[in-house]
Design a protein around this ligand. Structure first.
Ligand SMILES: [Zn+2]
Ligand SMILES: [Zn+2]
Length: 189
């Protein structure tokens, strides 16, 4: 069976070098759905607690929320950083509180202090799915990711071969750590 969670992110981006309207800076509300697949955990009667899926996903995805997402070769990038620098908000602002831990993968680097994500490829709906999967594949048994942005959407399913057989907590349903201990409640196998 599958458990899933949905969350929304507000972001700005543009398709650098693209010929249509999307070459201009604009914004979206993106809806991200992450589905997790496993057997029903006896005792907990869940695949995986949805609030835990939500927390795990939000931990990385909040870096995209109220953020600017630009491709690494976009000339807007140095220009914007210049403005942020002059304004004194490049390295953070007291009101910029909703920050996830910064990350750097092959596909994207997050700079939470200035609410910026720099991507290797243009941040399309498909691109977002690739980035999110890469960030979460070791944390959740992801079966499917859906991302919609306005009228556009993309979806990717992931086969069983990408999923791990891991013990889950009898009380919380979340993965036990490498020592067989629940990171949330301390349950021991
Ligand atoms: Zn767009
Ligand atoms: Zn637990």
């Amino acid at each position: 069976m599958r458990s899933f969670t949905t969350l929304d992110i507000q972001y700005a981006h543009r398709f650098y070098g693209f010929k249509g309207e999307a070459q201009y800076l604009h914004g979206h509300t993106g809806i991200l759905t992450v589905e997790v697949e496993d057997t029903i955990n006896t005792g907990v009667n869940m695949v995986f607690p949805c609030n835990e899926i939500n927390k795990t996903v939000w931990d990385v995805v909040q870096n995209f929320d109220h953020a600017l997402i630009l491709r690494e070769d976009d000339p807007l990038l140095p220009a914007i950083l210049d403005v942020y620098e002059t304004q004194g908000i490049k390295n953070g602002a007291p009101t910029n509180k909703q920050k996830g831990p910064s990350f750097k993968t092959e596909l994207a680097t997050a700079y939470p202090e200035c609410r910026l994500v720099v991507t290797k490829e243009t941040m399309t709906v498909e691109g977002m799915i690739k980035i999110v999967y890469d960030l979460l594949k070791d944390k959740l048994n992801i079966a499917k990711i859906t991302f919609t942005s306005g009228v556009n959407g993309a979806v990717q399913e992931y086969g069983k071969e990408n999923q791990k057989e891991k013990d889950r907590c009898q009380l919380c349903g979340i993965f036990l750590n490498e020592n067989g201990v629940c990171p949330k409640c301390g349950y021991r196998k």
